[in-house]
Write a protein that binds this ligand. Sequence first.
Ligand SMILES: CC[C@H](CNC(=O)c1ccc(S(N)(=O)=O)cc1)c1ccc2[nH]ccc2c1
Ligand SMILES: [Zn+2]
Length: 260
Amino acid sequence: GKHWGYGKDDGPSIWHQNFPVAEGDRQSPIDIMPQQASHDPNLGPIVLNYDHCTSLNICNNGHSVVVEFDDTDDRSVILGGPLDNPYRLKQFHFHWGGKGCHGSEHTVEGNSYASELHLVHWNAVKYRSFGEAASAPDGLAVLGIFLETGDDHRWLHTITDALYMVKYKASVTDFKGFNPKCLLPSSLHYWTYLGSLTTPPLHESVTWIVLKEPIAVSERQASFECSCSLGRKRIRGYAWKITSGPPSLSKAGKYAPPIN
Ligand SMILES: CC[C@H](CNC(=O)c1ccc(S(N)(=O)=O)cc1)c1ccc2[nH]ccc2c1
Ligand SMILES: [Zn+2]
C-alpha cells in the first residue's frame, strides 16, 4: 500500500493526500469530554470471552508491535455494549509516545496517557474476512485501554520481553499462550462512539469502546516502550473534533467484571 508514517513528510498532517477519508466525519482519535457524553440506558455491559483465545505471534509492522490471534472461529470474541453481535479478536497493539511518553491516541479532557492498548475485533457474522470488515461501517470493534505509569504491571513484562525479539521492522516471533484478559482494568465501564482506524487507510469502520479505567505500567515498562516506540502520533487537526453525537457513556449499572 501507500507509504505513511509519523514524520514531517509522511505524518498525520499529510495523510489526507493519500487517504482523503482523513477529512471524513467519523475520524478517530478524538478528545473525550465526559460531561458531553450522554448516558445511554440501552447500553449493556461489554462481555469479553477470551478464555480460549489463541495468540499466535508478535510482529513489528513498522508502525506498531502487534500480537496476532487465530481468528478462524469464534473462540475469542467481544459482545454486548453497543454491538449487535459478537466480534472476533484479531490482534492487539499499543500506541506508545515519543520521549514525552504521552503516547495515547484518545485523550480525556485534553489529557493524554503514557500509552493506549487497542484490541481489534471484526464482525465475522456479516463479513467473510478482516480486510472486508475493515472497510464496512459496522465491520470492526476496537477496545481501547489507557496505560498510565505506576506500579510494575505483572503481565506486561511478557510483552516487553518479547518486544526485544521484534525490535526491528518486519520481524515476527512466536507468541503463544498469551491471554489479553490479564491486561484489563477492574472496571469495564466505557465510552463508545462510531469512529475510524487511527492509522491509514483510516477506514470509518470502527465502533470504539474506550474503557474509563486505565491500567498501570511501570516507568521502566513505559520507558522501554517509549524508547522503541515507532514514532509518536502527533495530534491531527481533526483529532480534537468531537463527533456529531457525543460518546455515550456505558451503562452506569454496577456489575462484576468477568472472572479472570
Ligand atoms: C484495512 C487496514 C488493515 C491494516 N490496518 C489495521 O488492521 C488497523 C487495525 C487497527 C487500527 S486502530 N489503531 O485504529 O486500532 C489501525 C489499523 C489492512 C488489512 C489487510 C490488508 N491487506 C492489504 C492491506 C491491508 C490493510
Ligand atoms: Zn491502534
